[in-house]
Design a protein around this ligand. Sequence first.
Ligand code: IVH
Length: 665
Amino acid sequence: MNENEIKIKNEIIALQNKINEWDKHYYDLDNPIVSDEIYDIEYNKLKKYEEQYSYLFSDLELKKSPTNKINAHLSRIFSKVEHDYPMLSLNKTYTIEEIKKFVDNIKKITEKFSFFVEPKIDGLSISIKYKNGKLFKAVTRGNGQIGEDVTSNILQIKDIPKKIAYQKNLEVRGEVFLPINQFEELNKTLASENKPLMANPRNAAAGTLRQLNPEIVKQRNLSAFLYYIINPKKHNIFSMEDSFKFLKNLGFLVTKESKKLNSIEEIEAYITNFKELKKTLDYETDGIVIKLNEIEYYEKLGQTSKFPHWAVAFKYEPDITSTILRDIFITIGRTGVVTYNAKLDEVELSGTKVSFATLNNYEFINNLNINIGDAVYIKKSGEIIPCVIGLANKNNTEVFKPIEKCPYCNNQIYFNDTGLEQFCLNENCPEIKIRKLIHFTSKEALDINSLGEKNIILFHKLNYINEITDIFKLKNYQEELINLSGFGEISVKKIISSIEEAKNKSLEKLIFGLSIPLVGIKSAKFIASKVLKFENVLDFDFSVFEEYHDFGNKITANLIEWFSNEKNIKLIKELISLNVNPIYINEQKTDILNNLAFVITGTLSKPRSFFEKLIIENGGQVFSAVSSNIKYLLAGEKAGSKLVKAKKLNVQVISEKEFYELLNS
Ligand code: IVH
């Protein structure tokens, strides 16, 4: 080997090590540190180099490369089960030309064939066995040969039938995933409890499926699409299309978007169409899967150790770009938690100009090994603000150090005991105070929307509002407010009256608004249902919550501490003296609409809030976006895009009249 070859070999080994490290985080720790897109870029780079420079490596060295392993190592917690038939992966394509190659290979065997094309669900593969019509075993992919027995968790997924009307032994395979709306709910809850957020629905699903407590799995509402039957011929199934119908008839969830296609041209059209369609789905996809429809040729086509020759995945170019990281700065949340942010050279990403992105916490920056001056990859997913997802080019060899001083109060910043998050612990930090005030008036809390974030910052600066209780004393500054530029009698009256109204909001909203550590919306509701009236918190024995297993001892300990703190007691007493003393209102009166999901659109005979209230009172749920998880779209006149989307997704559209019929049924 000459000097140059040694250098190349070392670079390739470094790349192998990096991918091995990523695999470890993805498969062993269920906590990926790079996005799929970057993984694919680097993985393909490695594959290319290994091919080009294979003469620099021994066979054994190449065998050990991550490109030659079926990934996924196994954890020690769930018991291991060997698959009767290995669970393979899929070869990836990015262009029509590559798909044509796949088709040419089929043509070597047969002239007459069709395709079955499906969304590629971004979840976790699962194999489920039924005996005498009963689900008895569910196993994850693991390393493809040996998986983990997660039967007790799979039994919690309501979309997976536990009993089917089919007596023969049956093994079906599919993908467990977390619907996007459930993912958003979960992150909302985690955020309100000051817990670290899940990076994406796939991670959340992976974390959930590996929970040791099936109760948690139940609460998270995982779902699953099934797409494959083992030994189909034994069940008189000879095509993928028939497999789908068979699964559907037995009550399994199958993707509505899957269909039989006859030519490459049709596949091309499907690809174009699905690029838009996928944005409307309530589950994440990472491309499509193109399968030969006729199962009789599968055996002849064969497989490699990694993937079959009868199917191929197609992936879209990701909405991802790179730019230069110009600065890293932090913001502080209401609990004092530190968030790192990136100032970037402006770039266009999915049609918008981007110059800021989130970096989450210090651990995140450290894992990605990025620093100011480096080129970074950024990605935008949905409506969430863009996120830095990886290092594109290293320009700064120094390691970025954690920020040590709070930029708002100059106090020391500390790492918590897990070493993952940093906090400003200064009770009097002006930024924490402002964030708490903003939270108190936010929609989920007391919903004093006419006060608004901008006004809170202004009134805080003018010293009119320092503490929560000052909000209810703002009327003492009415004259001063009216004289402020940009304010007038009408706007000030509106602010004051919405503050007065807030006094009568429900108890759970007030409790949530107090920013008690770990107390999110759900816990606040529970606390309210036990405390019943705000003034009762003063001598309520919170230790009784220790009996409720779902509630968690940590929250209980926090509650006991928070409600016995002198300052907080003073705050509560002052709120009560200001007539802020709400009671618990149990909004649900019946369960006629138990857990049915609604979206409301168009012009109805009464305001939307009227219907929202009716739905909630009767046990239903109201969402703002149409997805396949929505049961009904209540549509009035001039319904627009939501109606179009509902029709596309086969969501049942009902009129006001039909809504009342449903209520009376
Ligand atoms: S068929 C031989 N169909 O993608 C494997 N897989 O990257 C046959 N996946 O291991 C799989 N959606 O976990 C198939 N509609 C779909 C899929 C799908 C997602 C997963 C599956 C597979 C992985 C390969």
